[in-house]
Ligand binder design. Structure first.
Ligand SMILES: Nc1nc2c(ncn2[C@@H]2O[C@H](COP(=O)(O)OP(=O)(O)O)[C@@H](O)[C@H]2O)c(=O)[nH]1
Ligand SMILES: [Mg+2]
Length: 327
């Protein structure tokens, strides 16, 4: 045993010895793994711990198959975006970086065992991200497809530094499509009753800070550019992260509308969020059902020809319009 193990390591090892449940054992093993110095001399130990962590994970997976029925995530914010992909592709790190929160990130597969929602701020709205366990043929939690089927957008997260990145992506796409979903490059129509659910996919290549990422990205672009919108980022270095926030917002096909009362300034605190292509009437319905019935016209500040222009029920709303409803 290497002599340079820290007190943290021994504490975690003590915890491991006292652990009663698989969850406790997993927590202790992770603590031990985190506490060993990462260098050549401890490679064997690292590998051994990774193996033991995988074993406990498998054990937990088997028991969660029996119990974890019907796991869902309550929607929050302006849209729900699932973060899906092969193991270790950087899903949790990306979710954490985009949402400015801390999540469980580790360099062994199958770390994430339950859905982890986190809110991402984009300008003045919040978008819900849901970090998921891997979507791959090797193993997938049985409740994952259900969550994917009900979200608004799927981020397909792949590790551009992984030589097997293409296989991983193909595998994830196949798993999604085998579960009665079709990944499409645009927002599907709203009330569709088809048995195959169309979902917009957005491809995110991560770890652009690592060697090999650029050439892999070129290959992926060549093959997938017609199927998905895509971005390459580094979650750890922060490259292209701000741009991705904007792209996620855009990909959701939503827009913001602010209200104002006659003679008063606009309420810029909290915008209403509505789907692109919505009319003034759709908006009035959203604000209050009575409004929709009695709506006569509205005045709009924003993308109209001039400020405070009078518009009718069929006016197509634009992002950041300020609307004064007249009933
Ligand atoms: N260099 C680098 N490492 C990353 C990046 N994103 C994630 N990682 C590392 O990749 C490993 C797996 O990340 P994680 O988010 O847990 O993957 P997940 O299994 O897909 O959730 C961790 O060691 C992360 O620190 C990145 O952009 N650059
Ligand atoms: Mg994860």
């Amino acid at each position: 045993m290497p002599a340079n193990l820290s007190p943290d390591y021994f504490r975690a090892e003590e915890e491991y010895k006292k652990a009663h449940t698989p969850h406790e054992r997993l927590k202790a093993l992770k603590g031990m793994f985190a506490a060993i110095p990462k260098h050549k001399g401890t490679e064997k130990m690292q590998a051994d711990l990774k193996r033991r962590i995988s074993q406990v994970n498998e054990e937990l997976q088997k028991s969660s198959k029996k119990k974890g029925f019907g796991i869902t995530v309550d929607r929050a914010g302006a849209g729900q975006v699932c973060v899906a992909g092969p193991p270790n592709s950087g899903k949790s790190q990306l979710t954490a970086t985009l949402s400015d929160t801390e999540l469980e990130v580790a360099d062994y597969p199958f770390t994430t065992r339950t859905p982890h929602p986190a809110m991402m701020k984009y300008e003045d709205i919040q978008i819900q991200l849901v970090d998921l366990p891997p979507v791959c043929s090797q193993h997938m939690e049985h409740w994952v497809p259900n969550i994917l089927r009900t979200c608004d957008l799927i981020l397909l997260v792949i590790d551009l530094a992984d030589p097997a990145v293409l296989d991983g992506l193909e595998d994830t796409v196949r798993m999604i499509e085998d579960n009665k979903m079709a990944l499409v490059p645009h927002m599907p129509p709203v009330d569709s009753w088809a048995s195959i659910v169309e979902k917009r996919g957005w491809l995110v290549g991560t770890k652009t800070d690592l060697p090999g990422a650029t050439s892999n990205w070129d290959v992926i672009k060549e093959i997938y550019a017609s199927r998905f919108g895509m971005s390459a980022v580094s979650s750890t270095a922060g490259d292209n992260i701000e741009r991705l926030r904007y792209e996620i917002y855009q990909a959701l096909d939503i827009l913001r509308v602010y209200t104002k009362k006659p003679g008063q300034p606009a309420d810029l605190q909290q915008p209403f969020v509505i789907r692109q292509g919505s009319t003034l009437l759709d908006f009035a319905r959203m604000v209050h059902k009575d409004f929709a019935e009695s709506l006569k016209f509205a005045r709009v500040w924003g993308h109209t020809k001039y400020d405070g222009m009078k518009v009718n029920r069929d006016y197509l709303l634009q992002d950041k319009d300020v609307v004064e409803l007249h009933a």
